[in-house]
Structure formats: structure tokens, C-alpha cells
Design a protein around this ligand. Structure first.
Ligand code: AMP
Length: 197
């Protein structure tokens, strides 16, 4: 099983690249943001709960997010592997993911970190907000809050994965295809490494 964490700040292009990667490598896309939005749209109990945090640009509490992610993972018993997009976002989530995968006799193979500077992120998100219909993409104060949540709670995870020897940084600025090719190369190298073991 090939499990990849696609890591990066809001607006780094994780969703766009994840869609392309799952097609190429036959993986399942697990985006906690997308799942929360679906729950919001359908007005489920989880969606109503998550809405309070999402609309303010804050992270949904770990316990709720982890439980949801685990349930979604277990819905795909035949998967070749997963792309985790927007998860984990805190050290507690990363530790929970490791423990959970270990319980299923698998692990995170690699973490691909898309690097984009902060000014470009804000510009991209506000631009996306014009078309996406996402309220949290349209208000500059909320966008800044999301980036600040990333900087304080999520960015430290880089060291978590670096210490495990799993972090690979990829430049997230440039043409979508170029970035995609760089991600594909990193994944192919990892697959070759796995096969040679
Ligand atoms: P995203 O689409 O990944 O930018 O996520 C949109 C919003 O969903 C975030 O601003 C959070 O409120 C919530 N969210 C998504 N993933 C997580 C996560 N792993 N932990 C906590 N909150 C999350």
C-alpha cells in the first residue's frame, strides 16, 4: 500500500495535484476539507459542528477530525493506497495517523511538501474564492487566519516527518504540469526504492 501525505499551506495547490496524482497512481484521495464541506452541505451533525470552526478559519478539533478520517479510510478496504490532503494538520493528528496505519499493517510512505510563499498563497486563495463559492476563500481576514493556523499548528509537522526521514519538499510555484511532474518523479523514486527492498 502506498500512503502519501500531501502537505502544504492553504492555497498551495494540494487539491489540484491530488486529483491528478490519484488518477496516475490509482490511489484514493482523502481530503478532510472536502469531507467537512460535504457534511456542511448536507447539514449533518458533523457538518454543523465543523461549520463553526471552518467559517472562522480555525481548525476543527483533533478528536472529531481524526475519527472522521479513520472512518473514511476504513470505507476503502481494497485501496492500493491513499493521498492524504489537508490531513494531518497537527502533531496529535500525525501521531494518530501513524498509530492508526500501524494497526492496519501499513504506514506513511512519504510526505510531499508543496512550498509556496505567503503573499502568493493569499493572492491565490482570494482569486479561487471568486469562483469556488467557499466563504472561507472570500474574506481576507479569514484567509489570513487560515494561514496563521497553518504556521502555528501545521508547519511544525515538517520536522515530525523530517525526523522520520519521510519529508520531500517540492516547489509549488510554476505551471501545474511542471509541479505535477516533480511530484510524480518523487513518487516513482519512492516506488523504485520500495521494490528494490
Ligand atoms: P481545506 O479545504 O483543507 O483548506 O480545509 C478547510 C477547513 O476545514 C479548514 O480551514 C478547517 O477548518 C477544516 N479542516 C480541514 N482539514 C482539517 C484538519 N485536518 N484538521 C482540522 N480542521 C480541518
Amino acid at each position: 500500500m502506498l500512503n502519501i501525505v500531501l502537505f502544504g499551506p492553504p492555497g498551495a495547490g494540494k487539491g489540484t495535484q491530488a486529483e491528478k496524482l490519484i488518477e496516475k497512481f490509482g490511489l484514493i484521495h482523502l481530503s478532510t476539507g472536502d469531507i467537512f464541506r460535504k457534511h456542511k452541505t448536507f447539514g449533518t451533525e458533523l457538518g454543523l459542528l465543523a461549520k463553526n470552526y471552518m467559517d472562522m478559519g480555525q481548525l476543527v478539533p483533533d478528536e472529531i477530525t481524526i475519527k472522521m478520517l479513520e472512518q473514511e479510510f476504513d470505507k476503502q478496504p481494497l485501496a492500493n493506497g491513499f493521498i492524504f490532503d489537508g490531513f494531518p494538520r497537527t502533531t496529535v493528528q500525525a501521531q494518530a495517523l501513524d498509530a492508526f496505519l500501524q494497526g492496519r499493517k501499513t504506514s506513511v510512505a512519504m510526505t510531499l511538501a508543496l512550498e509556496v510563499d505567503e503573499a502568493e498563497l493569499t493572492r491565490r486563495i482570494l482569486h479561487r474564492g471568486k469562483h469556488s463559492g467557499r466563504a472561507d476563500d472570500q474574506d481576507e481576514t479569514i484567509v489570513r487566519k487560515r494561514v496563521s493556523e497553518y504556521n502555528t499548528k501545521t508547519a511544525p509537522l515538517k520536522n515530525f516527518y523530517k525526523d522520520q526521514g519521510k519529508l520531500q519538499a517540492v516547489q509549488g510555484v510554476g505551471a501545474i504540469e511542471e509541479i505535477f511532474n516533480a511530484l510524480c518523479d518523487a513518487i516513482k523514486n519512492k516506488l523504485a526504492e520500495k521494490e528494490s527492498r
